[in-house]
Structure formats: structure tokens, C-alpha cells
Design a protein around this ligand. Structure first.
Ligand code: BGC
Length: 337
């Protein structure tokens, strides 16, 4: 099914594409190649939409939440919005103090992507990002494929550039396995992450360079723990970011498992990325879809990506890709109920 999603400020229209497989149903917008809805059954077979979203393009264009969006060319932050590649400094537009967040004000999340194919259970969207776009080198052709499988959603990213560049794409969905309208239940859900290390940040959310052991800290999710259990602890990284908003290493797969006792739903995250940003929607507020008014901590992001500011940390896995070399990355959200 294809529906009109709404008009954009330039008069073009965004559309919503439905894909389904078994009991899973998703709606993807061409605006931002965005996952707008994801319906998953609960233990009684009742479907709920487990991602946060908006009813029309305006919410996506005006909010800055990046709900469900494809983020690129570089997800997360770049210190002072600059990096060096091949002895040349490349500067992006700063959109958070002096720093770049999610590649600046003209993110891929607010572009109208082209739909290359749409089948019953998959959709492929493409975007051409010219040399100098957002400040990045290289004419880049980017594709995102969403596929619903029997019990999961697979997101596959493919890209190529005609110059050496950065590719670090992610999906920015906010999950609430109790259903997005059951906001107060989001922080009761149990998270398990095998990560041994996380990246502490400064007050501007820029990594300090330290990889800190999670042992004996509120950042330890190696055993299942409610997201809200330690979030208010007197621990500097939680204070500075107003809750969880930190990158964790991907030590093994699944990189994370989220479970919701009330509905019986669980979600395991599989990825080939080296990091996952745990973000507990600390400041999210406003009118969402289905009449829901979102409040802080009403969902959780598990954004698979390179470590934040990796372009300025050669000691970490690097998101640089050579001219002509294919970039390929996959993340899967696998559900049980
Ligand atoms: C960042 C948050 C930010 C959010 C929405 C997340 O990826 O880690 O700091 O507020 O995106 O922009």
C-alpha cells in the first residue's frame, strides 16, 4: 500500500509505503527514508506500534528528534564540525554549538529519498549526495533497504563515493515495546548489552577519548536491567547528558536486547557496526502520532554506528571509505512475543 503522507514546504509530496511479513507491519516514508510505524504482536497476538513518530511530514521537519530517520552522511557528533582526510581539513556546518550533530542542518533525514523498489515485504530508497554536500567530499550514491522478515526488521545500507569520504549511516528509531502510547512504561523495560566499555562525553556530548569500563557503574547492562533503574544515579556521565546518551562498544551480537514484561515483546539488535548509541529520549517532548503528546524518556534509541567523533580519533574504528569502494552495513531488529 502507498498513501500520501503530506505536502512538503517546496510543494512536493511525501508518501508512506507499507511493508509486511507474517504479523509484522511497517510504514516507511520517503521523507528521510524514515521508519514511521512498526507494528509487532504482543503475547496475546494484539498489534501495537512500537516506534515513536509523527502523523505528517511537518513533525519530522520541525522537531529535531530524528524519529525513525536515516541519519547521514555521518551519524552522531563531530567535534568543531571538522576532520582531516588525506591531509585536507573538511568542515561541516555546526548545528550544536561549534559541533556537528548528525551532519548538520541539512541532514539526510529531511531529504525526499527516491523509492527504487517496493515489494510486499521490502522497500529500497536511494539518495544522491553530491561532492561538498554538508561539507563531505565525494559524489555519493546511497541506498537503504528495509526488509521485514518473519520476526524482524533488517536495514541494509549500501553506498559508494567517487572520492575518499565518510560513511556512517544509522537509523534513529525510538522504541517503546509496550506501544508508543504507553509512555510511562518505556523506562521499565529491561535492557541487556554485553558492552564492556562506553565513551564518556564532555558537557557538549563530545567523547573525551576515554573508553571506560562499565563495571561498578550505572552504565553496566551486562545483566538485564530496567532502563530507569539507575538513570537518576549520582554519576557524572548521566548528569552531563540528562540520562543515557552514550555510545557503547559492540562486543558481540546481539549488541542489545530490550524486553517488555507487560506485553511479552522483546527485541534483539544485531549489527556489524562497532558501536551503539543508547539514548533515552531525555528531552523529547511534543505532539506525536495518534494524538500522543510525548514526554521525556518515553522511548529508547539503540543507534548502531561508529563511535561518536570517530573521524577525529584514529585509534578507534574508522568510518572512512575509499573512492569507489562499496560501503555496506546491516542492522537487524529481531522480535519475539
Ligand atoms: C543524540 C542525542 C540527540 C538525539 C536527537 C541522538 O543520536 O545522541 O544527543 O539529542 O540524537 O538529536
Amino acid at each position: 500500500m502507498i498513501e500520501k503522507f503530506g505536502e512538503l514546504p517546496n510543494g512536493e509530496f511525501s508518501h508512506l509505503y507499507t511493508i509486511s511479513c507474517g504479523q509484522l507491519v511497517a510504514k516507511v516514508a520517503d521523507l528521510g527514508a524514515t521508519l514511521v510505524s512498526l507494528y509487532v504482536p504482543d503475547k496475546n497476538g494484539c498489534l501495537s506500534d512500537v516506534v515513536l513518530g509523527y502523523d505528517s511530514p511537518a513533525g519530522y521537519l520541525e522537531s529535531g528528534t530524528y524519529f525513525g530517520a536515516t541519519v547521514g552522511r555521518n551519524a552522531n557528533r563531530i567535534h568543531n564540525a571538522c576532520f582531516v582526510l588525506n591531509n585536507k581539513t573538511w568542515c561541516l556546518s555546526n548545528n550544536e554549538g561549534p559541533n556537528s550533530l548528525h551532519s548538520g542542518p541539512d541532514g539526510y533525514n529531511i531529504r525526499l529519498w527516491k523509492v527504487e523498489s517496493h515489494t510486499e515485504n521490502s522497500i529500497v530508497l536511494s539518495l544522491h549526495s553530491p561532492h561538498g554536500d554538508q561539507g563531505f567530499p565525494g559524489n555519493a550514491d546511497i541506498q537503504v533497504r528495509y526488509t521485514l522478515e518473519q520476526n524482524g526488521l533488517r536495514i541494509v545500507y549500501d553506498a559508494v563515493s567517487d572520492r575518499d569520504t565518510v560513511f556512517n549511516l544509522t537509523n534513529h528509531s525510538y522504541f517503546n515495546l509496550a506501544g508508543h502510547q504507553n509512555q510511562h512504561q518505556a523506562m521499565e523495560q529491561l535492557l541487556t548489552m554485553p558492552a564492556r566499555f562506553f565513551n564518556p562525553d564532555d558537557a557538549a556530548n563530545i567523547p573525551t577519548g576515554e573508553l571506560r569500563n562499565v563495571a561498578d557503574t550505572p552504565m553496566d547492562f551486562r545483566m538485564p536491567k530496567a532502563l530507569g533503574r539507575d538513570i537518576g544515579e549520582n554519576y557524572e556521565p548521566l548528569h552531563l547528558q540528562g540520562g543515557y546518551d552514550h555510545n557503547f562498544e559492540v562486543f558481540c551480537n546481539p549488541a542489545a536486547i530490550l524486553t517488555d514484561a507487560s506485553s511479552g515483546r522483546s527485541m534483539a539488535v544485531y549489527t556489524d557496526c562497532p558501536g551503539v548509541q543508547l539514548y533515552t529520549a531525555n528531552f523529547t517532548e511534543g505532539q506525536g502520532k495518534d494524538g500522543v503528546v510525548y514526554k521525556p524518556r518515553c522511548g529508547v534509541c539503540l543507534e548502531t554506528q561508529y563511535y561518536p567523533d570517530a573521524v577525529n580519533h584514529p585509534e578507534w574504528p574508522q568510518p572512512f571509505v575509499k573512492a569507489g569502494q562499496p560501503y555496506h552495513s546491516e542492522t537487524e531488529y529481531r522480535f519475539n512475543w
